[in-house]
Design a protein around this ligand. Structure first.
Ligand code: C2O
Ligand code: CU
Length: 470
């Protein structure tokens, strides 16, 4: 337990297992609205299928509704949303976690923390109000490395309550690396488009590309043929985002950037590739948008360009707290690596404060606390740190204060050597995952929980259970 310098609960019993908690409120009772007619209802049926990428490469996929990615789910801000998950034949079990959506805890879809994994023949219904507009995505949070990697994910878009009816092209782009039976290397694709693809968009159209990195490594994106703005990060719109040109975007695994531009008369190409050899480094996926729908050329991203930096981008705006606030809790989390045994195998372990899950710190808070967290990356890889149920405000990087538009994030890429200080308000009681979204790293230790005083989970994870959230 780490109380971050704040008060420890009076009745602090010893924690049993990873997240016993100390309280009398069960996470299972922290639900969304259980009654009332849903504004939008969806059914997602999980099943194993053989899928073909555009190139013809085949993937032994785990799918929602028979395809990968799963169906794009679009709702309006304020909608009461109901999603029924049915597991047809995935023996490993399935859940649905809405990544980046701050839901009531019981709707968070984490096996072993907020529910039991949904086994073959079972179903589970999630109900929640979509409070915040923005770009999110959903994925299974059971055997996540495998399940999400094989295709159990899709885009979740919450459109603003008032949307101006302009001519817009609003396109979600899910960048993923697929394991194919035809290739030793993973294959990078936008959805299933693993070759250059094209889309017809009339000149003058306002284009919003919602980039979603569903992969386990950070991804580099480049847009050529126009200047553009980064309109939103992790679902939150930015204030006065300026025009960018000749800058690459490095997107955290699990993170989202919305980019916006007005379609010119000539082609615009979006290319991604991985800087990381382990997921098909060197390969590219590309989408060319043009008034005549012609297929373009992927860009050569090996010629690197400066990287977009959110720290000083856009204009400062009002924030509910900042670096000068008084914090109730202060946590420092050092991200490291070491060789050792984990779950019976010898592996390169990814550690938090020298420990692997479940011995990593359990961040204990009380409802209403203002919490400051510092991530220090002492390892040699990127760690996209993802906190469930809350959004973190970036205060500084390597001691340099954030001066641009308020940078709210749910998935923060902490590069090797970097230190980030972030803050959030503990305003959503529950037991929440806080982990690296490089799901391989999570599977070798880099996970922890944020736990509220007075709340406990009746669910358990680990070998003796069906629940394996990593
Ligand atoms: Cu995208 Cu813990 O999840
Ligand atoms: Cu990591």
């Amino acid at each position: 337990m780490d109380y971050g310098g704040g008060a420890a609960p009076v009745n602090d019993m010893h924690a049993h297992g990873a997240h016993a908690g100390t309280g009398t409120v069960s996470v299972a009772d922290l639900t969304g609205p259980r009654t009332g007619e849903a504004d939008k209802s969806f059914t997602l049926k999980a099943s194993k299928q053989t899928i073909k990428l555009d190139s013809g490469a085949s993937v032994e996929a785990w799918t929602f509704n028979g395809g990968v990615p799963g169906p794009e789910i679009r709702v309006k801000q304020g909608d009461l949303v109901e999603i029924k998950l049915v597991n047809q034949d995935i023996e490993e079990g399935v859940t649905i976690h809405m990544h980046g959506v701050d839901l009531p805890n019981a709707e968070d879809g984490v096996a072993g923390v907020t529910q039991d994994a949904v086994l073959v023949g079972q179903s589970f219904t999630y109900r929640f109000v979509a409070e915040d507009a923005g770009t999110y995505w959903y994925h299974s949070h059971q055997e996540t490395l495998q399940g999400e990697g094989k295709g159990l994910f899709g885009a979740f878009i919450v459109e603003p309550r008032e949307q101006q009816p302009t001519e817009t092209a609003d396109i979600a782009i899910l960048a993923h690396s697929w394991e194919s039976t035809n290739s030793l290397q993973p294959i990078i694709a936008f959805g299933t488009a693993d070759q250059s693809s094209a889309r017809t968009i009339a000149a003058g159209t306002e284009v919003r590309l919602r980039l979603i990195n569903t992969d386990i490594n950070e991804k580099r994106f480049r847009l050529s043929g126009t200047s553009f703005r980064v309109a939103a990060i992790d679902g939150t719109d930015l204030k006065e985002p300026g025009e960018l040109k000749d800058q690459d975007l490095l997107l955290a695994a699990g993170g989202r950037y919305d980019i916006a531009f007005v379609m010119p008369n000539s082609p615009v190409t979006l290319t991604t590739h991985s800087d990381n050899a382990s997921d098909g480094g060197g390969q590219t996926a590309s989408l060319t948008m043009s008034p005549n729908g012609a297929i373009g050329q992927a860009l050569d991203l090996k010629q690197s360009q400066p990287l977009f930096d959110p720290l000083s981008y856009g204009e400062a705006d009002e924030v509910p707290f900042d670096a000068n606030s008084t914090f109730d809790r202060d946590f420092t989390l050092v991200l490291g690596q070491k060789l050792g045994f984990y779950d019976g195998r010898f592996a390169y372990l990814l550690t938090i404060n020298g420990k692997v899950f479940p011995d990593t710190p359990m961040l204990m808070v009380r409802e209403g606390d203002l919490v400051r967290t510092t991530f220090v990356n002492h390892s040699s890889s990127h760690h996209p740190m993802h906190l469930h149920g809350h959004h973190m405000l970036v205060l500084s990087r390597n001691g340099v204060p954030s001066t641009g538009s308020p940078w709210w994030t749910d998935t923060l890429d902490v590069a090797p050597g970097d230190t980030y200080t972030v803050a959030f308000r503990a305003d959503n009681p529950g037991v929440w995952m806080d982990h690296c979204h490089n799901l391989f790293h999570a599977s070798v230790g880099m996970m922890m929980h944020l736990s509220y005083e007075g709340v406990s989970s009746p669910f358990a994870m680990g070998r003796a259970t069906v629940n394996h959230p990593e």
